[in-house]
Every structure is written in C-alpha cells, then in structure tokens.
Design a protein around this ligand. Structure first.
Ligand SMILES: [Zn+2]
Length: 258
C-alpha cells in the first residue's frame, strides 16, 4: 500500500491539471452548438456591422443615441473618408445621414460594389439630397431625389417643425409594431420619387409629398429610405427610434428584435 501511494497521487494531480481543459472544451462545445441553433433560427448573435456615414449637414448629437445598441457594432465615418476603400467585407449595412452632393469615381465604385454584393442601405432624411447627380444611385438604389434645380417645372422645398400624423401604409418587417404616430419634424415637398418604390409610411401634412418612408427599387440590396429625422424632436421619438432599429436590422438581413 505504501508503495502505491505515489502512483495514486500522480494520477490525481494529472486529473486536476486536466480539469480546466475539459471544462474549456465543454464550454466551447456548448458555444458552438448554441451558435448553430441561433443560426438555424435566424437570430445570429454576432453584431450587425454598421457603417454610419455623416457629413455635409449639421445635426443634433441626439442622433447618435439611435445607434447605441449592444447588438450593433457601429463605425462613424464622415465624408470624405467614407467609401475610400472596399467596404464589402467590413460592414453588413451602410446608414447614410450625409448630404454631400457628389463623390469621386473611386468612392462611387466602392459604394456600388457594396450595394451590388447584396448588402443593405438605410438612408435617413437629408441623405436624399446626397449624390443627386449620380443617376444610378438615385434611380436604382434610393428611388428618390431632392430637386435642387427645376425638373419638369418644379423644385423641391422643405419646412421645419411640422406637427404631423404618420400612417403605416404597408405591413413590412421595417414597420411591424410601429402603428400610426405623431411627430414634429421637417417636411419635404416636390421630391422626385420613383414609381418603383414600395411606400411604407405617409405623412398627412399638407406641406409633404405624402410618402415619407419606402423600400428602394434595387433587386439585390435591401434599401430603406426614411425621410423623417431632421432633429432631436424626431431622434428622441420612440417610434422613430424603433423604425431606424428595424430598418437597420432588416437591411442587414437580420430578423427585427421583438
Ligand atoms: Zn433636415
């Protein structure tokens, strides 16, 4: 018995040393099976990678509270740095809150490659005034253009601080659970709006064109344009915040969080 004691001790020590590795292995197995289960249900826990592009227009700091979400990893990149390289592998969705009228050809190509690879785009408010001279962008992606110069006898205009009722006109993952709501926000009038967009929301305000949110016409990319969002009165409106969240999740190919 005395001679066998060291043997027992050695095996006990070995087991104690190996125990953390078994626990680690078990944890890894649990994590892998959980990821597989999440992928199967479409609720992948990896963060949505958001490229948030600003620039060309002043805005309230409250705007950024819309993006303070643990399930998103947000990179803010104002012009002219945005779209300087290939962004296809780095982001799931581009959110545009910029108002820069034109970009050079390299940046246009990078953004076009992103869209044509099937990634998502969410354009907010004055982003409809950006890239207005880029016909492919206006006609195939956003489906709307702010008319700075006369077109068919009209130009676009805007009015701030309009109290208006917004109605949901299409049931869609972006509008689900939103319901009709009141908001104080800027209105646009006399935009060019493509007949190929799917209108989601309408404003009842007499100074608005009516459609204030739609799905863009591009066949491969999920594109949402949300015209609301001039200042903190909109940014802090819970319905607006919900719309932005659902638009980003949908454009990124995720199920909107209930
Ligand atoms: Zn505005």
């Amino acid at each position: 018995m005395i001679n066998r004691q060291p043997t027992v001790k050695r095996s006990t020590i070995w087991l104690r040393m190996a125990q953390p590795f078994f626990i680690l292995l078990l944890l890894l197995l649990v994590m892998v099976s959980r990821e597989s289960a999440l992928e199967a249900t479409g609720n992948v826990k990896t963060p949505v990678r958001v490229l948030l592009v600003t620039g060309g227009h002043l805005h309230d700091l409250e705007f950024y509270s819309l993006f303070n979400r643990p399930e998103w990893r947000v990179t803010v990149d104002p012009h002219p740095a945005a779209f300087a390289g290939d962004i296809r592998q780095r982001y799931d969705v581009v959110v545009l809150y910029d108002m820069v009228r034109s970009m050079d050809e390299d940046r246009q190509r990078n953004l076009r490659n992103f869209v044509e690879s099937g990634k998502g785009v969410v354009a907010l408010h004055h982003a409809v005034c950006a890239n207005v001279d880029w016909n492919w962008w206006v006609e195939e992606v956003i489906g709307g253009r702010y008319l700075f110069e006369p077109f068919e006898g009209r130009v676009s205009s805007y009015i701030h601080d309009r109290r208006q009722k917004i109605s949901v006109v299409t049931d869609h993952p972006v509008t689900r659970g939103i319901g009709d709501f009141q908001i104080v926000d800027e209105t646009y009038r006399n935009l060019w709006i493509s007949p190929r967009v799917k209108v989601l929301l309408r404003s009842d305000d007499s100074t608005s064109d009516g459609p204030v949110a739609w799905i863009g016409p591009h066949e491969r990319s999920r594109v949402v344009y949300l015209q609301l969002g001039h200042d903190r009165q909109a940014h802090l409106n819970p319905r607006y915040s919900q719309m932005v969240r659902q638009a980003v999740d949908w454009a990124a190919g995720r199920q909107p969080v209930k």
